[in-house]
Ligand binder design. Sequence first.
Ligand SMILES: Cc1cc2nc3c(=O)[nH]c(=O)nc-3n(C[C@H](O)[C@H](O)[C@H](O)COP(=O)(O)O)c2cc1C
Length: 380
Amino acid sequence: MKTFTEVLARADKSVRNLLVTMPPKAVVSMYSSGRKNILKKIGKEDPSITYNPPDELARTLWGIRFRSPIFNAAGMFKNGEGYSLVARQGAGAYLAGTTTGSPRKGNKKDSITQPFTPYPRSKAASNWLGLPNDGHRVVAERLTDRVRINGCPIGVSVSASPGEEEHIALIELTIGLQLYENAGVDFIELNESCPNVPSHKFDHTALKLDEALIRRCEHIAHFFLQKRKRQLPVIVKFSNDTNSAMIPLLMDLLLTLGFDGVNFGNTSTSYKQYEPQIHPSEKKLYEYFTTNFGGGLSGKPLLSSSLSLCTSVMDYLHENPPKHEFHVVRTGGIENPADVIASEQVGISLNQWYTGYFENYSHFGNKIYQKFYEGLSVNK
Ligand SMILES: Cc1cc2nc3c(=O)[nH]c(=O)nc-3n(C[C@H](O)[C@H](O)[C@H](O)COP(=O)(O)O)c2cc1C
């Protein structure tokens, strides 16, 4: 029998092309609260199915067995909910967060809390959530000694608290990392690229590393990476807007400091660049969202930038082989098995999806990963 959210997602799919042509403010209002409600419900669901990915999709990275090369991107289960759901669906891993030192309510404007809108025909979405979350301490407690379902590993995305004084934010971040280490999580992702909070808003296109980013990475290396009591990889997530000419500088920084991987990447603020990829019937909504809230663009428009940035990293790593195990993770526009195959062909180790997950969920419900893996083997 289908669960409530499976039925709801299927129903929304049949009408959303039409719904998003309503007046833009009404659309954003409806989908902002709809998104929160569906995630609340989905996060509590424990589907009766338990699907195990085929063994040949598994890979061992940093000594951790990932059941397949694809799992949810950060921001889907911000507060550590939804583990049973995705583990039973057959995800390669699970990622909670992003969490910060203090709890955050997220952004609000024009009476709309945590603004979000899908662009279904463009297979894209915009969000200006502003990192709402319950804070490192609460989420770490929620994840503490979580019993793994069929060996599905648990990761968490963390960020320094936006708007906090730097020295306090750094102390809080280190404490957060230690809390997650003690909670027994398997891997950590440092979010350095949320376009919806001030402190992540450095110029990704600049040809110089941001000074505050360097200080944060150095602080984490000194006070956490070098002091880890067990195998606990930490990767850093940058923006899909990153200028590819910056890759050597970013990689030098991460490799020298002992980080374990990189993720490209987060949502985009290059609204003009991607406007041609927005379907004509959704341009008015796009214009309204990006001028009124700004926010980050996700989904299909990011497919080629995520591949090209990750490919540049792979090229760099071939030229400059790291002295320790280092992996590349791709996020942005992943929706079809062919996208993951393209990643595998250039040596990308893992993929994350957000917008494409919900597109597939509306078709396949809890069989989402099963169907995806069937497509992977057919397309290979
Ligand atoms: C509603 C929403 C909330 C998000 N929240 C976070 C977050 O908390 N932390 C983060 O690193 N990325 C966050 N992201 C970005 C995604 O993790 C991902 O990098 C981005 O959506 C591109 O992937 P996609 O094209 O598969 O959606 C969020 C994205 C969306 C759509």
